[in-house]
Write a protein that binds this ligand. Sequence first.
Ligand code: NAG
Ligand code: NAG
Ligand code: NAG
Ligand code: NAG
Length: 435
Amino acid sequence: MCLLPCMMTGHLLIYVMVSIFVTISYSPPQISVHYIAPGASANSGALASHPLGPFWNLRLEESALWNRLQHIWDRQHNPILHGNTTGVMRKPKTKLSPSVEEEYIIDCMSYKCLVHQLHDYNSLPEQMRAFIRSMHCRQYPLLINQPDACGGNKSFGLETPMLLMAIKSQVGNFENRQAIRETWGQSGLVKGELNRKGGLVRTIFLLGRQDSSTGPHPDLRNLLDLESQKYKDILQWDFRDSFYNLTLKDLLFWHWLQQYCSTAVFVFKGDDDVFVRTGALLDYLHKQWEEHNMWRAYRNETDMMLDLFVGDVINNARPNREPATKYYIPESFYKGVYPPYAGGGGVVYSGSLALRLREVSERVRLFPIDDVYLGMCLHRLGLSPSHHPGFLTFDLPETERDKPCAYRSVLLVHKRSPKEMLTLWKQLQALPAQC
Ligand SMILES: *[C@@H]1O[C@H](CO)[C@@H](O)[C@H](O)[C@H]1NC(C)=O
Ligand SMILES: *[C@@H]1O[C@H](CO)[C@@H](O)[C@H](O)[C@H]1NC(C)=O
Ligand SMILES: *[C@@H]1O[C@H](CO)[C@@H](O)[C@H](O)[C@H]1NC(C)=O
Ligand SMILES: *[C@@H]1O[C@H](CO)[C@@H](O)[C@H](O)[C@H]1NC(C)=O
């Protein structure tokens, strides 16, 4: 009599086991789609950090190196798994927590394990291999510092810069830096274009190391020392200045900013081969700042911070898989689409956001393309960059470049040589009257 019920129960058990097995072995077809919590792209700020990859990935061991390393950090810093100690905090911490610092040291020593995890390591281009070997080191000492580069100007009653311009440069680019100092990067009180308030601008240059220890470079150390003593606007860190190391400049600059310039209202970060219409940029920033303050007063939230990040925004970009190109990212290193990011030449963000970016960057693995890395950090803060049509990564049409009036609505244009900067600067002084 027991036979029938027993057989039925047996079948049921087999069915359940098969279903469970099928469910477990199923992997979602589109691994690259980001998990985005509802409302996460709004500018609300008080959001938990969330993983870039899928929430539930059963095939992690097949994934790419960066994704795997990031997954480890995501688990370690997951506020749901580990309480609220490492969630997104509004107040900047002054120091890395010891556990994070310890982990850096361990990681720095054990890069060799990483190399073994990449099956095609030996066939990768040398710069990618160099990046992988050093991607766990992110603390490099300052060789040249300027603790006072961010000071206010007491004679105007200005305590802090309205705009700190941080420009990525290389040791040998003396001419670019000098042209910038004489034109759009002048330090001091700069007028707005519409003769509105303007503001205090401070400029610094971000340099890595380029000497005989990092490749076949002529020794320019004495010249650089001289320049740095004269202009007091050079920051240099002890790492090899290469394309894939540019992300380090952002990270180390944020650390510097927090220590020496944490009250700057806005930050421009750009390259030394762009042209910026600083006066017009100040006008734009003033408008944003006033609107923010009005909104803050209206909401009566005195500690509400301005989350501004603008540039030439690129959406839904995919990694370049062409090994011969500058932006090549192998599939074994990174899988998935890029988060929205601002590319090319320069971006502007608020000082308060810079401090939050520094904090969140401790939980985002280094990525060889600096613009994308910033997009990744923003994404983790639940923010996305805003597009501004005045940021011209790909320049004006060729026929327009010589006409000053064509620059009326331009904030930044890429790219200009030092000579072109001087010429353009002179032409644009008379802009409002002509157009
Ligand atoms: C969680 O956050 C609250 C307030 O931010 C804090 O008082 C509390 O100590 C935190 N809990 C843990 C476990 O860190
Ligand atoms: C303040 O501005 C005035 C006028 O531009 C300038 O002469 C002076 O050197 C500035 N002081 C500082 C500390 O930058
Ligand atoms: C970045 O800098 C570090 C420190 O100088 C160096 O070891 C590494 O090879 C550099 N990476 C690249 C891709 O040049
Ligand atoms: C704004 O908030 C403060 C305390 O947070 C309160 O004392 C004050 O009355 C509020 N002002 C208005 C206009 O609501």
